[in-house]
Ligand binder design. Structure first.
Ligand SMILES: Cc1cc2nc3c(=O)[nH]c(=O)nc-3n(C[C@H](O)[C@H](O)[C@H](O)COP(=O)(O)OP(=O)(O)OC[C@H]3O[C@@H](n4cnc5c(N)ncnc54)[C@H](O)[C@@H]3O)c2cc1C
Ligand code: FES
Length: 645
């Protein structure tokens, strides 16, 4: 349902006024207005959103005078002023783009070009940045939160873990860098998402939106001294340092659940840096966050089951799907599909998705080899496809391309959690209760293996139950309340207790053992699901031909504009960093890392260093200042905004 014009949010982009539906992100607003470029790269190329989920940093814009804001993570707010840094660089683009845009005089109401992102857990309507949203209450600004269980990631795995831990009587704080919970798959509420949303609201767990974990240490305080206490330093669990929408925040948790999901694997080919070439999940993320795609001719190319829901969603939103190209050979896909009889719900879902774009061809053993634009605008106008024997061109004005998913392991590796496998198949090693090799640190969802929504929910539940039980056994339940410290106590504790007795039974809330029979059942279902994950992995491995797509002059590291030809195959990843800065830009190798694993056989370096994401120096300073202010010293002055990575 389209919102009334009166609900539209007005913002200014490069001096022009546009109007969007509430809940639309800045990236989606720019897209809907026909503006696909956000920034200029080091070598002067226009660049636009790729991942749609905060990974690639290609969507950086200046918002209300603050530079380096990721447009894909930022909801539009009334009166916001956005500067792309491209306005003067590319007048052709601007003129052409604004011709297609819903341009209105400042302050005038207009029909928003895209659909509204609906409210989910009450956060989609957050007008500005950085509002912490608890289930039913607001969290006051605080230097430190101490909690029984912290959950990083608010996708299905994180939500399930938080619900189960809170229902078992633990105080729980769930953090996510996104403006709303739901992760990648629940950007719009389904029936299942609503059920978990309601369960979360009733559980008493708390949610911090726009909370990016930048550093973590098992059981002790990272980056900023001094340690919270000697006892904490020795105990299992973890301390997280968080960029909470521009403020430093420390979260000390008796037990930690890592549920940081996965990201797409992008592989370089000539033209992949053009502004209208995005990830497959990236296109979906932009669509779900309000971007208008009606009438666009789209080529989708890549690998894995994700191609289907994305093609279906784009088709339902009015896009014209020209081709869906799956790089895996037809026989591998057929074998995978034949095995789906064990998962009839997934099979039915796949059929439904295919029906939504039935007019368009879905071709296996086909991949993209190049993209190019034409005319005065830099966007993709044509994609070259190949099946290895012949190549042909497809006209398109949106190319969605990515080659499957890779687990997001950075936080787990920073904490020293052991992994197994290699390259894109590397996962966090966990035991039957989802506990990692680091005592008190649990892991759930995609970092433990790419296996879909149901596996994420199952592993999240197991991790939540186990983490809460261990926290209780360690004497949790009491939440410290030091000076300047927000605790997960008070009203939250009351609602938690009520929820616990409702949802989990009074005996569990009172500290009884975890429900062994239920836990065993969850574990059995999880183990069955792992069979599906293994089949997925076998069927959609990237073919060897993809290693030859990039030419010597094709940029592999998009942040630092490093072409493939500069990366000597004899180097180690560390040498490549030292000699070329490849992997040292704001995305910290999250885009070029998996690509170079495939192209050069470079596995991610063993060490992941803090900060996990670029962080304004002001935040590091504010952590120190908050420390000082709790001990009575004057707060340090705020330094100018800078990005350190
Ligand atoms: C781009 C993309 C699109 C997808 N689309 C679909 C789809 O349409 N249908 C489908 O069935 N499956 C889809 N999947 C797969 C789906 O995400 C999984 O099947 C499963 O639901 C993953 O759940 P999760 O909780 O493990 O991870 P996610 O849902 O990915 O949640 C992880 C969360 O962790 C947060 N996070 C990561 N690092 C940090 C940090 N340092 N600090 C704070 N927060 C952090 C992220 O913001 C994210 O919200 C998609 C996956 C991706 C990557
Ligand atoms: S599109 Fe925003 S960070 Fe990738």
């Amino acid at each position: 349902m389209r919102p009334e014009p009166a609900e539209a949010i007005g913002l200014r982009v490069d001096g022009r006024s546009i109007a969007v539906a509430p809940g639309t992100t800045v990236a989606a607003a720019l897209w809907s207005a026909g503006i696909f470029s956000c920034r200029t790269s080091l070598s002067g190329e226009p660049r636009g959103p790729v991942c749609g989920m905060g990974i690639c940093f290609e969507c950086r814009v200046t918002v209300d005078g603050v530079p380096h804001q990721r447009a894909c993570l930022l909801p539009c707010a009334q009166g916001m002023v956005v500067e792309t840094g491209l306005a003067s660089a590319s007048p052709g683009r601007t003129a052409a783009a604004l011709g297609a845009a819903a341009v209105t005089p400042p302050g005038a109401a207009a029909t928003p070009p895209g659909p509204a992102a609906p409210a989910f857990l009450g956060t989609a309507a957050v007008p500005g940045v950085g509002r912490a949203v608890a289930a039913g209450e607001a969290l006051s600004a605080a230097a430190t939160i101490r909690t029984d269980v912290a959950v990083v990631g608010a996708g299905p795995a994180g939500l399930a873990a938080a619900c189960r831990a809170a229902e078992a009587g633990a105080s729980v704080v769930m953090l996510d860098e996104a403006p709303a919970p739901g992760g990648q798959v629940w950007r719009r509420p389904t029936r299942l998402a609503r059920a978990w949303s309601e369960r979360f609201a009733a559980s008493g767990a708390r949610f911090l939106a726009r909370a990016t974990v930048i550093d973590a240490l098992p059981g002790a305080v990272a980056l900023a001294p001094p340690p919270a206490s000697a006892a904490n330093a020795a105990a299992p669990g973890a301390t997280l340092l968080v960029d909470h929408a521009g403020r430093g925040l420390r979260v000390e948790a008796r037990r930690l659940v890592i549920a940081t999901g996965a990201r797409e694997r992008f592989l370089p080919f000539p033209g992949w840096t053009l502004p209208n070439a995005v990830g497959v999940g990236g296109a979906q993320a932009l669509l779900k966050s309000g971007a208008a795609v009606s009438g666009r001719r789209v080529v989708i190319a890549g690998s894995g089951p994700l191609l289907l829901p994305v093609a279906a969603a784009l088709a339902r939103a009015g896009a014209r799907i020209a081709l869906v190209a799956e790089q895996a050979p037809a026989r591998a896909v057929a074998r995978f599909a034949a095995g789906l009889w064990r998962h009839p719900r997934l099979l039915a879902q796949a059929v439904r998705y295919r029906a939504a774009f039935w007019r368009a061809p879905y071709r296996c053993g086909v991949w993209v080899s190049a993209a190019c634009g034409d005319g005065p605008t830099p966007e993709v106008r044509e994609a070259t496809l190949t099946d290895g024997r012949r190549s042909w061109r497809e006209r398109c004005d949106l190319l969605a391309c990515a080659f499957g998913l890779v687990p997001n392991l950075r936080l787990a590796r920073l904490l020293g959690c052991a992994t197994c496998g290699s390259g894109g198949r590397r996962v966090v090693r966990v035991d039957g209760l989802q506990e990692t090799s680091v005592p008190g640190v649990y892991c759930a969802g995609e970092p433990t293996g790419i296996g879909g929504l149901e596996l994420a929910l199952l592993t999240g539940q197991i991790a939540g139950i186990a983490a809460a039980s261990a926290a209780r056994a360690a004497g949790a339940g009491e939440v410290a309340g030091a000076a300047g410290t927000a605790t997960a106590g008070g009203a939250a504790a009351a609602s938690r207790a009520a929820a616990a007795s409702r949802a989990a039974g009074a005996s569990r809330a009172a500290g009884a053992a975890p429900p062994a029979r239920e836990l065993a059942s969850l574990q059995r279902r999880r183990d069955r699901r792992r069979g599906y994950a293994a089949a997925l992995d076998r069927a959609f491995q990237p073919r060897s031909e993809l290693q030859g797509l990039a030419a010597a002059e094709t940029f592999v590291c998009r942040c630092e504009d490093v072409p493939l030809g500069r990366l000597d195959p004899a180097w180690s990843p560390r040498q490549a960093k030292l000699f070329t800065r490849a992997g040292m830009g704001p995305c910290q190798g999250r885009v070029c890392g998996p690509a170079l694993e495939l192209l050069r056989g470079w596995d991610e370096p063993d060490t992941v260093r803090a900060p996990l994401e670029p962080v304004p120096l002001a935040i590091l300073a504010s952590l120190g200042a908050e420390e000082a202010s709790t001990s009575g010293a004057a707060p340090a002055p705020t330094p100018p905004a800078e990005v350190c990575s």
